[in-house]
Design a protein around this ligand. Sequence first.
Ligand code: ATP
Ligand code: XMP
Ligand code: GLN
Ligand code: MG
Length: 517
Amino acid sequence: MEHPDSILIVDFGSQVTQLIARRIREAGVYSEIAPFQSAAEAFTRMAPKGIVLSGGPASVVDEDSPRIPQEILDSGLPMLGICYGQQALTRQLGGQVEKGAGGEFGEAFIDIGAPCALFDGLWTQGERHQVWMSHGDHVAELAPGFRPVATSKGAPFAIIADDARRIYAMQFHPEVVHTPDGAKLIANFARHVCGLTGDWSMAEFRAAKIAEIRQQVGSAKVICGLSGGVDSSVAALLIHEAIGDQLTCVFVDGGILRQGEAEQVVGLFRGHYNIPLIHVEAQTLFMNGLAGVTDPEAKRKFIGKTFIDVFEAEAKKIGGAEFLAQGTLYPDVIESVSFTGGPSVTIKSHHNVGGLPERMNMKLVEPLRELFKDEVRALGRELGLPDVFVGRHPFPGPGLAIRIPGEVTKERCDILRKADAIYLEEIRNAGLYDAIWQAFAVLLPVRTVGVMGDARTYDSVLALRAVTSVDGMTAQAFSFPGDFLPRVATRIINEVKGVNRVVYDYTSKPPGTIEWE
Ligand SMILES: Nc1ncnc2c1ncn2[C@@H]1O[C@H](COP(=O)(O)OP(=O)(O)OP(=O)(O)O)[C@@H](O)[C@H]1O
Ligand SMILES: O=c1[nH]c(=O)c2[nH+]cn([C@@H]3O[C@H](COP(=O)(O)O)[C@@H](O)[C@H]3O)c2[nH]1
Ligand SMILES: NC(=O)CC[C@H](N)C(=O)O
Ligand SMILES: [Mg+2]
């Protein structure tokens, strides 16, 4: 998206790069991440007012390690180097980086030895502050023009500055919450060093996106995959505002939805909006295709492809559509894409990104591609989307299929639907729905022995999951009040035939992911 005041983040493959984008946006400044290989292109397209260089797993001392593109280095723009970013700046500008020896991992303390533009209203000389470090290498000799600002045990140059060129760099990670003042350091860079006013808002995003959609689509027709989830509902409203009746929404029921979901979504949407909505019953198509498929990526790829097949068939029926709109978000993009030859790995193919077939007849319209979940909710409120949509827990496109490890059958979907409905009903009754980010049940391909009414049972295990999160990128298991889980377990085992044992999943993300597949 074009924005006159933006900051470009050059990604060297750090696990926490997306947090840099969040911190900058929280400071009211628009930012985007580009992998170092394509950063030069992004730089030309965005015309940013400042650059942040991320951390990364490589060592700048190694010959073939990632480099800052020359045009960015020569741009004269303010720059903030973080960890690997600091080391790359130092090396490319003529200083020395030393490999290994003296690494720091986790909590560390820095001593402030000199004033710095990043400290406005924050830190002063002589103070000691807590930061979070994760490095093996360190800057050993400053590049010409730089002065030392702060030191730590393992990093003699924990913060360095070249005031004339407006380049600042640090060995620690200001973007993580374990650096308590980190968000303020980043905000100071964005506002005071880059001179940006911090006026980026959802109202502005909405107006800019509407203009962009109009320009992209022209007078062509658009089909929007609508799931009733927050993302596609917001995408549909935004596109409708931009192009009106050129938009048709398509809701697909592949038999992998939750109990009552189709009726609920279609009813709610038709009740609130005057946007044409096609309800496609594609249960047989999906169930036949999923028969015998057990590999999680294979399930995701099949579902991604089949969604597109359905969208294309529906487009034909309305006389053709040139564009397909989806509610794809930034985390979908980040987690599905691995940089070619780069250090980041594909975790799972989100059905709407990595799960897309290679050849598509329709072009994509994805107005939310740069946003995080909580930002989409804010945009939804801005667009007047009712709370029943804005507050809904996320539900993945591949649905119950990725909550049934092993083969997906209609029978197993039915069992899971019943158990999941009881779990969610109890959560709502206990007033916990809004305190939880996402809750669901998983039907395991494991059978265990039980005893019911003096008879032996040999049935499936069901796992319950509930997490808290801000944006789905990291998550923690939700702690239910003492008697809640035993009550739900009893109800499920009594009421759902096929389940005789219930367990609770305490795994956080990372190291787990939210879904099981
Ligand atoms: N049942 C469905 N019918 C049509 N399109 C769907 C369906 N499920 C998913 N999609 C498409 O895939 C996109 C990504 O799904 P995703 O679950 O990430 O978003 P969402 O359902 O809109 O929101 P949420 O994350 O809150 O569930 C959706 O925005 C939508 O375009
Ligand atoms: O639309 C989607 N298509 C997918 O293929 C998909 N996979 C995971 N998710 C949702 O993304 C969030 C993070 O999930 P994970 O920790 O399991 O990756 C959670 O909210 C998941 O439910 C998906 N959403
Ligand atoms: N977190 C980082 O960016 C680490 C940079 C480099 N790999 C080091 O170990 O020092
Ligand atoms: Mg969804």
